[in-house]
Design a protein around this ligand. Structure first.
Ligand code: TRP
Length: 461
């Protein structure tokens, strides 16, 4: 790939592929491989899957186009992007909210990614081979995430890896890594799917996952799918504004964002297709298991399939790789802000954000057993990690996406918004469809998630 220099010498992706790989790397992460299957399992399987697909197309994709268009038009980090379009206004605070959100999500994302690294080592060293049922893997999971030394060591290791990649800069770091990592990820996923669907008794899981029963669908199902789409596509905190700011005007942003959404959705779909057929072949394993699904049930499943140790290792390598390319984008948003707006050097910004984010992750790491107080905080009645995920991974992202839609749809000049998203596109006719979605459908739908989350919070508090 050749090096281009963008407006004001800012680095830009060597090709559209560079953007697609890096943005897909951001989108595909723990959200797809771990969060999507467990939500699908809890929300009735196939019906959730179909609703999710519709939401990605009607809401996720238009919001991603808005973020990428804003970044490409302004060539700035999230804070600078808002400030460039309406200087001296409160809108830049939406960018600030995004930077804070990214930093906060990174802190506990690194903790969960640390568990993944630990499980990778466990699988590779054959720790699962002596287990027979999900009950045992549940105890193993609790023991693993409840051990101070383990959680902190692997949390630190993951953060160091993330910082190391981001210090390399946009081109030498992210682009080069994702070019190697993303295709490998899909190959590994396909391998797992192939093994899973050919297991004896797999048909029950395939039916659960692909044969929808819409009679069980409630408003909560719909809203769960909507929230998952934002988390999974990395929307609502400026990650895609930042990545869009490195995208050339000559590239087709419609094709680029559609490709990213497609790869992300495909990864989630394949992850589910790997998990459910195998899950149903294990007696006692439930699709409604919840957040522990991947870590509690999979080791037991891998143990019962031929070469399970190998497949287990492959799966956790895959999850760790996906988590790393996602964490890179969370860190990149903070780093782009500090280098663009505050004039910091890239190295200093990376190291400082990495260290502070690691420290903020410590209470989250201790909240899964090591500290009784942090595991069950008074007033909110949840662990510190869950609290962080609720505030930042849910409320702040949703609020950020809502404000972004209002800004792009109503505050930004429509001509400029259309230039940002549509310039270089082979599909100019889609412009009015996009503008309609971003002005009406998206803000209404996102507003509904936010309201539902707040009501739930108030009721449980
Ligand atoms: N999308 C990633 C995942 O599915 C997580 C993630 C990375 C993210 N960057 C983000 C979520 C920005 C929201 C916003 O695991």
């Amino acid at each position: 790939m050749q090096l281009d220099s963008g407006e004001r010498g800012r680095e830009i992706w060597g090709s559209r592929l560079g953007f697609v790989l890096a943005a897909a790397g951001s989108a595909i992460g723990l959200g797809n491989v771990w969060r999507f299957p467990y939500l699908a399992g809890q929300n009735g399987g196939a019906a959730f899957v179909f609703i999710y697909l519709a939401i990605v197309l009607l809401i996720g994709l238009p919001v991603m186009m808005a973020e990428v268009g804003l970044g490409r038009f302004t060539r700035r980090n999230p804070v600078g992007a808002f400030a460039k379009i309406v200087p001296q206004s409160g809108w830049r605070m939406v960018g600030v909210l995004g930077v804070i959100t990214g930093f906060a999500i990174l802190s506990y994302y690194s903790v969960v990614a640390g568990w993944t690294l630990r499980y990778l080592v466990k699988a590779a060293t054959g720790a699962f081979t002596s287990l027979t049922d999900p009950g045992q893997t549940g105890a193993l999971f609790e023991q693993t995430v409840g051990d101070i030394q383990t959680v902190l060591t692997f949390h630190a290791l993951f953060m160091v890896l993330t910082v190391a990649v981001v210090i390399g800069g946009v081109r030498q770091g992210i682009e080069r890594w994702t070019l190697i990592l993303m295709p490998a990820l899909f190959l590994l996923l396909l391998l797992l799917v192939l093994r899973s669907v050919t297991l004896e008794g797999a048909s029950k899981g395939i039916a659960f996952y692909l044969n929808p029963d819409f009679s069980e669908v409630t408003g909560a199902t719909f809203l769960a799918a909507l929230g998952q789409a934002f988390f999974s596509l990395s929307l609502g905190m400026g990650a895609m504004i930042t990545y869009g700011s490195y995208l050339s005007e000559r590239e087709d942003a419609v094709i680029a964002t559609a490709s990213v959404s497609l790869f992300d959705t495909l990864a989630a779909f394949l992850a589910g297709l790997a998990i459910f057929p195998a899950l149903f072949t294990v007696e006692g394993a439930e699709p409604t298991q919840g957040a522990g699904l991947a870590f509690v049930v999979l080791p037991a499943i891998f143990h019962r399939i031929p070469f399970g140790g190998l497949f287990g290792t492959v799966f956790f390598v895959l999850l760790a790789v996906a988590a790393l390319t996602s964490a890179i984008s969370l860190l990149e948003v903070c780093v782009a802000y500090l280098t663009d707006e505050k004039g910091w050097t890239r190295k200093m910004a990376c190291c400082l954000v990495g260290v502070v984010s690691f420290v903020l992750g410590i209470p989250a790491a201790l909240s899964t057993g090591a500290s009784t107080f942090l595991s069950r905080l008074p007033l909110v009645h949840m662990g510190f990690l869950d609290l962080m995920d609720t505030i930042f991974g849910n409320v702040a992202l949703t609020l950020g996406a809502l404000l972004l839609c209002l800004f792009v749809g109503w505050r930004w000049l429509p001509e400029d918004a259309l230039t940002g998203t549509m310039e270089g596109s082979a599909y100019p006719r889609l412009a009015h469809v996009w503008l309609f979605l971003i002005r009406y459908l998206c803000p209404l739908a996102i507003g509904a998630i936010l309201l539902q989350t707040l009501i739930k919070l108030l009721l449980s508090g």
